[in-house]
Design a protein around this ligand. Structure first.
Ligand code: FAD
Length: 400
C-alpha cells in the first residue's frame, strides 16, 4: 500500500504511483550514492546562533542530540583555502564536539523544562528579499552529515512543541479581496492555493522527520524501526503522507527547473581531490538522467499557478517573509542534531522556492545546492520508508 487517500497528489501534477515507482526503482538508489560524496556530505552550518524569539530553552544535553564537527583534515583542501565559493574563515573547533569525543555526554534531560510561553517577536520590519537568513561565516562549522545521521534523538516536550507551533503559525496569511478579506490562520478547503502550498510543504517535511525517527528509533540499547510511532504520528493521518509526496514533487520540479545550472559541466562541485570530483560528477549525471521525474516533460508541480494577478506580488512577499521567519525559528530548536537537519532541510526548501519563484535566478551557493539535493534524498527515503513500514505492519498481522 502506498497509503494515500487518492491516486493524485493535490496541487502536484504527477500521480502517486509514478512518483513512488520512479523513486523506488531508480532515484532513491542514485541519491543515496550522491549524498555520500564529499561535496554533499560535508555541510557548513552555524549551530550556535541564539534563538531570536524566546529565551534559550537550554541546549539539549541528550547524548543523541550532539553533533560532531569535522576536524581540519576532513574538510576539502580547496574549501579550506577559500576556493569553490568558500571563505577560509570558519571554525574547526567550537563548543560542538569532534567525532572522537562526542560519545560520552551525560543524559541531563533538561529539554522538558517548562519555560512558559515567552513573547514571540517577529522581525517583519527587515527589508531583505531572501527566502532564508544565511548563517554568518565567522561562527560556522563543517559537519559530516553521514557521521551525524537524522534519526531518533529523544528531543521532545515543551521545546519541540513550541518550535513546531511557531512554524505552523507562519502559515497565517493576509489575503487580498479575491481570496479572503482577513487574516487566515486555519486550513480549510476554500483557502488560497498559496496558503495550502505553504502548509503542505511544512507538513511534508514534518512527516519526513517523523519517518526518519520511526525508521531509526532507539529502544533502550537497540536501534530499529518503530512501527507504532509510524502508526500514531503518520499512518492515521493519510493527508500527512500526501503532504510528504507533495513536498517531494515540489523539490523535484525545482531541481529539474534548475538543471541547466546544476550540471557538473556548469556548476563548481570541486573539492580539490580529482578522483573524488570525477566520481561526484558521474553520480550527479546518473541522478539527473535516471528518472523521468527529473525531466522537464514530467512536470511534477506547476509553480505558474501560484502568485497570479492581481494580488500575486502581495501574497508572494508574505510567502517569502513567512518562510524567512521559519529559517530564524530553526535557531530555536533545542537539540543540536535536530537543528542541523532542520536548518539543512528548510534551506533546501527555501532554495527550491528561490529557484521556482525568483526571476531571474542569479546564482546558487554551495550550501544551497547541497541542501537541495540532500532534502530530496530525505524526502525520497521517507517515501520508501512509508512502504517499508507498511510491509512490517503486514508481516506483523500475518504473524498474529
Ligand atoms: P510533534 O512531531 O512535535 O508535532 C507537534 C504537533 O504537530 C502534533 O501534535 C501534531 O498535531 C502536529 N503534526 C505532527 N506531524 C504533522 C504533520 N506531518 N503535518 C501536520 N501536523 C503535524 N526528533 C528526533 O528524534 N530526531 C530529529 O532529527 C528531530 N528533528 C527535529 C527537527 C525540527 C526542526 C523540530 C522542530 C523537531 C525535531 N525533532 C526531532 C523532534 C520531533 O519532531 C518531535 O517534536 C518529537 O518527536 C515529539 O513528537 P510529538 O509526537 O510530540 O509531536
Amino acid at each position: 500500500s502506498l497509503l494515500t487517500p487518492k491516486e493524485s497528489v493535490q496541487d502536484a501534477l504527477c500521480d502517486v504511483h509514478t512518483l513512488y515507482h520512479e523513486n523506488q526503482v531508480k532515484l532513491n538508489k542514485k541519491l543515496s550514492k550522491l549524498v555520500q560524496r564529499t561535496f554533499f556530505r560535508i555541510f557548513k552550518v552555524d549551530l550556535s546562533k541564539e534563538c531570536p524569539f524566546w529565551p534559550d530553552d537550554g541546549q539539549c544535553a541528550l547524548r543523541d542530540c550532539s553533533v560532531c564537527a569535522c576536524s581540519e583534515d576532513e574538510v576539502p583542501v580547496l574549501w579550506r583555502l577559500g576556493g569553490n565559493q568558500e571563505t577560509s574563515s570558519f571554525l574547526f573547533k567550537s563548543s560542538v564536539a569532534t567525532c572522537e569525543s562526542s560519545g560520552g555526554r551525560d543524559v541531563l534531560n533538561d529539554v522538558d523544562r517548562n519555560l512558559g510561553d515567552a513573547q514571540f517577536h517577529k522581525w517583519r520590519e527587515e527589508d531583505e528579499d531572501v527566502w532564508i537568513i544565511e548563517d554568518s561565516d565567522d561562527s560556522m562549522i563543517y559537519v559530516d552529515l553521514i557521521a551525524n545521521p537524522e534519526r531518533y534523538t529523544g528531543y521532545q516536550g515543551v521545546s519541540a512543541t513550541r518550535v513546531w507551533r511557531a512554524i505552523y503559525n507562519e502559515n497565517c496569511f493576509l489575503f487580498a479581496d479575491s481570496c479572503a478579506d482577513q487574516e487566515v490562520c486555519s486550513l480549510q478547503q476554500h483557502h488560497c492555493k498559496e496558503q495550502r502550498v505553504f502548509y503542505r510543504l511544512i507538513s511534508g517535511i514534518h512527516t519526513s522527520i517523523n519517518m526518519h525517527i520511526a525508521k531509526e528509533y532507539l529502544f533502550k540499547t537497540r536501534w530499529g524501526p518503530n512501527v507504532k510511532l509510524y502508526q500514531e504520528r503518520v499512518r492515521q493521518f493519510p493527508e500527512r503522507v500526501e503532504n510528504l509526496y507533495f513536498a517531494f514533487a515540489v523539490i523535484l520540479r525545482a531541481i529539474s527547473k534548475a538543471m541547466p545550472l546544476l550540471l557538473p559541466e556548469v556548476y563548481d562541485y570541486r573539492t580539490g581531490n580529482v578522483t573524488e570530483d570525477e566520481i561526484t560528477s558521474q553520480v550527479l549525471r546518473d541522478v539527473f538522467s535516471c528518472s523521468k521525474l527529473l525531466t522537464p516533460n514530467c512536470l511534477t508541480f506547476d509553480e505558474r499557478e501560484l502568485f497570479r494577478a492581481p494580488e500575486g506580488i502581495f501574497v508572494q512577499k508574505q510567502f517569502k517573509e513567512h518562510f524567512r521567519n521559519i529559517s530564524r525559528i530553526m535557531d530555536c530548536v533545542g537539540c543540536e542534531k535536530c537543528r542541523l537537519w532542520g536548518k539543512l532541510q528548510f534551506l533546501g526548501i527555501g532554495t527550491a522556492l528561490k529557484i521556482l519563484f525568483d526571476e531571474p535566478l542569479l546564482s546558487l551557493q554551495h550550501n544551497e545546492v547541497s541542501s537541495l539535493l540532500n532534502v530530496l534524498h530525505r524526502l525520497s527515503t521517507s517515501v520508501m520508508t512509508v512502504a517499508y513500514m507498511e510491509r512490517l505492519l503486514l508481516f506483523q498481522r500475518i504473524r498474529e
